[in-house]
Design a binder for this molecule. Structure first.
Ligand code: ZN
Ligand code: ZN
Length: 738
């Protein structure tokens, strides 16, 4: 990867080993020719991966053997005109330790300068207008370098050699503090100090971050956090908090070694950790949620705010409810004028919105749940497209994926397509990403669902559109990311996705063998009472499961009966009998809702994934042996959930125990199907596998029986990964046979 000191690093390493050859930039990455004894070459290759200094990373590498040329020394070849370009757009990088040290050093010329950066840190993707990645092609083009910055920029020995966004107080961007009506209140450090004062007093500050505006408020002030919830129209969904350093994050949550390394990584995402009961955070930060999303400062600006204040700060996306985040100042003033009391802004434009990413650690490995700042648009190598192809994703957590040559570029997270703003953002991203790489899509891919806004956008393009079944896309996304080629059993469990038979799928087992996929098993079908309403109202799912198991004449059991009015019960029963707005479904997600409801966690989802997430936490990190779920002969085989009903209502055991056994039953169900199918590799995908307890137990059981489980890590297992799977399905012409 260019632009992060890669070539000098290669040169030092090769010279140290006494190898001959060269390193050069090409439009598609770095080319290294190294000559020497085989064991030295092996050691060189090993150390290339192991010792590459952060934030550099190698997306993929290929190796060929050449005849020796007798080269003596090792050199850095001058790049040709095209090679000078940075071929790939790099993700935005969290502020590095050296830059922070300067910012805190009163003697340094960048003391308290919020926009300090170097080749190892700073904005990239969010300020990139077009490739190649040169200053003139970023939103830094409007700032002329001062002589001091110019000197650093041109000195190969300097940490800021060719740091495109290089800046200092003399020549770079400047802070400004605005009132909600746009009046300028203060500039530079005074703006920062005034904003800090306001935060101390419980005010809400909109802060222009790397990839968009964030809303900040004192996270220890319950009244202030509540006010933010009311104004933002976000009642329950947890807020992330900003900690000034790792030690502080550890005071608030249980931060393990892997979580710490993700927090400190150059991506700097929000990391989900278990909250400490004594954490000094207002209850409204994450109501009834034992998990806490925590992040470290991503820019010097965030670092200064956090350390000056010494307070925990809520740092949440600058949007209303689920709209995309604001990036422009005018837009922010217009849309967030009723939310924020002050706007801490600056004059470096953000070219594209890039939200904060979200990661959790499962089974000792990071799993990206929302892929944006710090990760997008780093490519996944896929080696399959002969023509550029663009996939449009699903409806929730949407993102697009561009396939060019051997690369799959998954865009930054766009969000749920519930608002015109979100649809517009998806449309913009679907134009912008191919534009960056000069690739005009020759084909597009979308979900099977005809009513998704993403499907309609895909179909509006004047090229062939491949409609890819939702769960097939889930499975292929995992396979692409894990570079798996052999026949596999794919397990795709989530809320809903349209099946080719018109039913609502969501608990699927697909065998993928080359270009053919077959549905070999699914959860036992039941009716989705009230369609989308069932996604919120767990009572409907429970009633439907009950009638499916025991027949419609059986009265609803307690405690369900006491929360369903006779009128509702009657209406639901006739809908169930007449199949009115009650499609057949195999949704695994709904089973989690039902289980959570009978474990006393509430009868409805306050936001997507609310009940399942709390059900996982209730299990206390462990899955225990629960009732075995019978397999009924297929194809497709049915995994029967019926024994779960009795488990959920078993008053003799604690709700914690019920949750633990529920997870255990499902994990066994997956392992039993894997046993019946007999393919060695099992791909686990879909939103349900964001659940750490389910994923860990399933992977454990599979490994114990000799299977090889794989799951998503770099691309979200939820619908945020759908576009990647669609792209691969379309490029490889994978056909789903039912
Ligand atoms: Zn730096
Ligand atoms: Zn300067």
């Amino acid at each position: 990867m260019q632009g992060v000191g890669f070539r000098p690093f290669v040169c030092r390493l090769a010279t140290g080993l006494g190898l001959g050859g060269f390193v050069a930039n090409t439009p598609f990455g770095a080319l290294i020719e190294a000559e020497g004894e085989p064991e030295l070459l092996d050691s060189f290759e090993r150390r290339l991966w192991a010792e590459l200094p952060p934030p550099g990373w190698i997306a993929s590498a290929e190796r060929w053997d050449l005849s020796p040329r007798g080269d003596g020394g090792f050199e850095i070849l001058p790049s040709d005109a095209r090679g000078e370009t940075s071929a790939l757009a790099l993700p935005d990088l969290k502020v590095c330790m050296e830059c922070l040290r300067e910012v805190y050093d009163p003697a340094d010329r960048r003391h308290r300068y919020p926009f300090a950066n170097c080749t190892r840190c700073g904005p990239r993707f969010s300020i990139l207008v077009r490739l190649p990645y040169d200053r003139a092609n970023t939103t830094m083009a409007r700032f002329a370098m001062c002589p001091d910055c110019r000197r650093e920029y041109e000195d190969p020995a300097d940490r800021r050699f060719h740091a495109q966004p290089i800046a200092c107080p003399a020549c770079g961007p400047r802070l400004r503090l605005l009132a909600p009506e746009g009046r300028l209140l203060a500039e530079a450090d005074e703006a920062l100090r005034m904003a800090e004062d306001a935060l101390r007093k419980g005010r809400i500050v909109a802060l222009k971050g790397i990839g968009g505006f964030q809303l900040l408020v004192d996270a220890s002030n319950e009244g202030a956090v509540r006010r933010l919830r009311e104004r933002k129209a976000r009642e329950h969904k947890p807020f992330a908090v900003l900690a000034q350093d790792l030690a502080t994050a550890r005071e608030w949550g249980f931060v393990g070694e892997e979580e710490a390394s993700v927090l400190e990584s150059s991506a700097g995402p929000i990391v989900l950790v278990e909250r400490r009961p004594e954490a000094p955070l207002a209850p409204s930060v994450a109501p009834e949620n034992p998990l806490l999303g925590v992040m470290l400062p991503t820019t010097p600006l965030h670092a200064l705010l956090a350390s000056d204040l010494g307070l925990p700060l809520v740092a949440t996306s600058g949007n209303l409810s689920d709209e995309p985040i604001c990036i422009g100042e005018e837009e922010a003033l217009r849309r967030l004028g009723g939310v924020a009391d002050l706007f801490l802004s600056h004059d470096r434009p953000i070219h594209r919105h890039v939200d904060d990413s979200v990661v959790r650690v499962v089974r000792g490995r990071p799993m990206v749940l929302r892929r944006a700042r710090g990760y997008a648009p780093a490519p996944v190598p896929v080696a399959s497209a002969d023509r550029p192809l663009l996939a449009y994703g699903a409806h929730l957590k949407s993102a697009v994926c561009l396939l060019v040559g051997d690369w799959a570029f998954v865009s930054q997270h766009v969000g749920d397509l519930e608002t015109p703003e979100a649809v517009h953002a998806l449309e913009r991203v679907s134009g912008e990403l191919p534009g960056l790489y000069g690739a005009e899509p020759a084909e597009v891919a979308s979900d099977l669902h005809p009513d998704y806004a993403s499907t309609r956008l895909a179909e509006a393009r004047p090229v062939a559109c491949h409609r890819v079944q939702h769960h097939l896309a889930h499975v292929l996304a995992v396979l692409a990311e894990s570079s798996v080629d052999e026949p596999v059993l794919g397990v795709a469990w989530d809320g809903t996705g349209l099946g080719p038979d018109g039913a609502v799928w969501g608990g699927e087992f697909l065998v993928v063998d080359g270009r053919v996929a077959r549905r070999v098993a699914c959860l036992r079908p039941f009716r989705l009472l009230g369609g989308d309403q069932a996604a919120r109202d767990a009572r409907r799912t429970l009633a439907s499961l009950w009638w499916t198991a025991h027949g419609p004449d059986e009265p609803l059991p307690e405690p369900l009966a006491s929360v369903v009015s006779p009128l509702e019960a009657q209406a639901w029963r006739s809908a169930w009998l007449g199949a009115v707005n009650a499609a057949v479904c195999t949704s695994a997600g709904r089973l989690f809702d039902a289980a959570a409801a009978l474990c006393g966690l509430g009868w409805s989802n306050r936001y997507e994934g609310d009940l399942p997430m709390r059900l996982e936490q209730l299990a206390g990190g462990s899955a225990e042996a629960g009732p075995r779920l019978p397999l009924a002969d297929g194809p497709p085989m049915f995994v029967d959930w019926e024994p779960l009903l009795a488990l959920w209502m078993d008053e003799r055991i604690s709700v914690r125990e019920r949750s633990a056994r529920f997870h255990g039953s499902l994990a066994h169900g997956v392992a039993d199907v894997a046993g019946a199918i007999g393919l060695r590799t099992v791909a686990l995908s879909g939103g349900c596998f964001q659940n750490g307890v389910l994923l860990e137990r399933t992977a454990e059981l599979l490994e114990a029986r000799g299977f090889r489980p794989v799951w998503s890590q770099r691309v979200p297992p939820n619908d945020g990964g759908i576009a990647l799977g669609q792209a691969v399905a379309a490029a490889r012409r994978v056909r789903l046979e039912v």
